[in-house]
Design a protein around this ligand. Structure first.
Ligand SMILES: C[S@@+](CC[C@H](N)C(=O)[O-])C[C@H]1O[C@@H](n2cnc3c(N)ncnc32)[C@H](O)[C@@H]1O
Length: 252
C-alpha cells in the first residue's frame, strides 16, 4: 500500500521542526508540493530551507500539485466542498502516478495539520473514494502556540475556555461566553469593529520569521496602530499572515 506522511513543519521558524518531523522527512520517497501559483514567499523559503537542512537523501523526488482557485461567490460551505473534491482528484492522480506500492509520499503542512488546513480532509476523501492509502500525521508547532510564546502569555485565563475561530466568524461579534478568542485567517481586521470596552489584544504577524511584528494592549488603544502597521507591512511584503488573541482584561 502507498503511504502518506502529513508533516507539520511549524509556523515560520525552521527551528520549530520537531525530532519526529525530521525523522519523518527522511522516510519520504516523494514530496508532493501543492502549488498555489501565488504561494507565499515565506512558505516557499521555509520548505526549501527545511529540505536542504534536514533531508539527508539527495535523490528524493518533488512533484507539484496545482491548486485550483476556490470560487468566491455563492455559498461558502458549498464552495469549500467543491474545492476539496477537485483537490482530492488532483492529489489522487499524482499519488497514483508517482508513488509505487510500498513507497512513502510526504506532504509538508505549515504549522500543525490539525488547524485550519485541508490536507487531512482531502486524504480522507481519497480513502472514502476507495484509494488504498495509509497515512500518518506528524504534529507541528502551530501559529497559535507561537503567538502565545512570543507574547509570553497562557492561552487560557484560569479555568476559562479558549475559542479558535476565523475573522469571518468574529465579524458576527465577540462571542459572549468565550474566555480567550484566538482569531486566524482575518483578511478584514474584524477586531477593529468590536465595541466591547474591556478587551485586550495580543497580535502577531510573520511570527517566527525575521519580519515578525508583535503588538499588544487594550484593544481600543492599539487597534488603529495595528491596522496601520498591518497595512504598511502588507504593502511592503505583498502578503501578510497575522493572528491574534482577544480576551477581557482582568479586573484591576
Ligand atoms: C490556513 S491557516 C493555517 C494554520 C496553520 N496550520 C497553523 O497551525 O498555524 C493560515 C492562518 O494561520 C495564521 N498563521 C499561520 N502562520 C502564521 C505566522 N507565522 N504568523 C502569523 N500568523 C500565522 C494566520 O492567521 C493565517 O491566516
Amino acid at each position: 500500500m502507498r503511504k502518506i506522511l502529513v508533516i507539520g513543519i511549524g509556523a515560520g521558524d525552521p527551528d520549530y521542526l520537531t525530532q519526529q518531523a525530521i525523522k519523518a522527512l527522511n522516510r519520504v520517497d516523494v514530496f508532493f508540493v501543492p502549488d498555489k501559483g501565488t504561494e507565499k514567499a515565506a512558505l516557499k523559503q521555509l520548505r526549501t530551507t527545511i529540505l536542504q537542512r534536514f533531508v539527508a537523501r539527495k535523490d528524493v523526488d518533488m512533484v507539484a500539485i496545482e491548486v485550483p482557485q476556490r470560487a468566491a461567490a455563492g455559498c461558502y460551505q458549498d464552495n469549500v466542498d467543491h474545492w476539496h473534491a477537485e483537490l482530492a482528484d488532483r492529489y489522487g492522480r499524482q499519488f497514483q502516478q508517482h508513488l509505487a506500492d510500498g513507497q512513502i509520499g510526504g506532504l509538508l503542512v505549515w504549522g500543525d495539520p490539525a488547524l485550519y488546513d485541508s490536507t487531512l480532509r482531502i486524504i480522507e476523501r481519497l480513502r472514502a473514494k476507495g484509494l488504498a492509502l495509509d497515512y500518518e500525521v506528524i504534529p507541528g508547532i502551530s501559529s497559535v502556540q507561537v503567538l502565545a510564546a512570543k507574547h509570553r502569555i497562557a492561552l487560557n485565563q484560569i479555568g476559562e475556555p479558549v475559542t479558535l475561530t476565523t475573522g469571518r466568524k468574529l465579524a458576527d461579534g465577540f462571542p459572549s461566553e468565550a474566555g480567550s478568542v484566538v482569531v486566524m485567517l482575518d483578511g478584514t481586521q474584524a477586531f477593529a469593529q468590536l465595541t466591547e470596552p474591556d478587551l485586550e489584544i495580543f497580535w502577531g504577524a510573520y511570527l517566527g520569521t525575521p519580519d515578525e511584528i508583535l503588538i499588544a494592549g487594550p484593544l481600543a488603544e492599539v487597534k488603529d496602530q495595528i491596522a496601520t502597521v498591518r497595512a504598511e507591512a502588507r504593502a511592503r511584503h505583498g502578503w501578510i499572515m497575522d493572528i491574534y488573541l482577544l480576551r477581557r482584561s482582568a479586573p484591576a
